[in-house]
Design a protein. Sequence first.
Length: 197
Amino acid sequence: MEISQTPVSSRTHSPLASTETGGSDAAQVQPLYLEDMNVGDRWMSESREITADDVADFAILTGDNDPLHTEAGASSPFGEPVAHGLLGLSVLAGLSSQKPKVATLALVSIAEWQFEAPIFFGDVVRVCTEIEEIGQHGRRAGRVTWVRSLINQHGRVVQRGRFVSLVSTRARARRLSNIENEAPTDDTSSRGTLPAR
């Protein structure tokens, strides 16, 4: 499957497109809150090369030493070694956490994940993220469904599926900021001493 380069909405965010937080996505400092989001908003991440070292490190970290991910993978149906599918998913999570930066409270689920094509050593991938659904979750948070696709240098979608996360409202962020500002300062001078009796 190849992804269309046609924007799905007028609110598509590219590396040079401005966001509601001001400035460009490339220089986005403030996270997006629930109020900043609309169904159909879309972002394209920066790109990242998947290297043989990435695959070797992932194998050490996870203990997944399947021969598919080594030189022995040359005799597989793919004809060459391939990266771990979950390495691709992990890279997608990292790239999409930067484009856009979001005031995320929690990851709720990953659903309907499809591994559509192999990722080969040297492939350069990026992530297309689109908001599919927004719902309220209490008074100070929302439940956001994101459709995410991992795309290689040929424009082919190699993985895709849905992430659901809880996103903070500005009201919640302000409330937490006020609580922190009102908290008493820590008196370190009394540390290590017993209270008087």
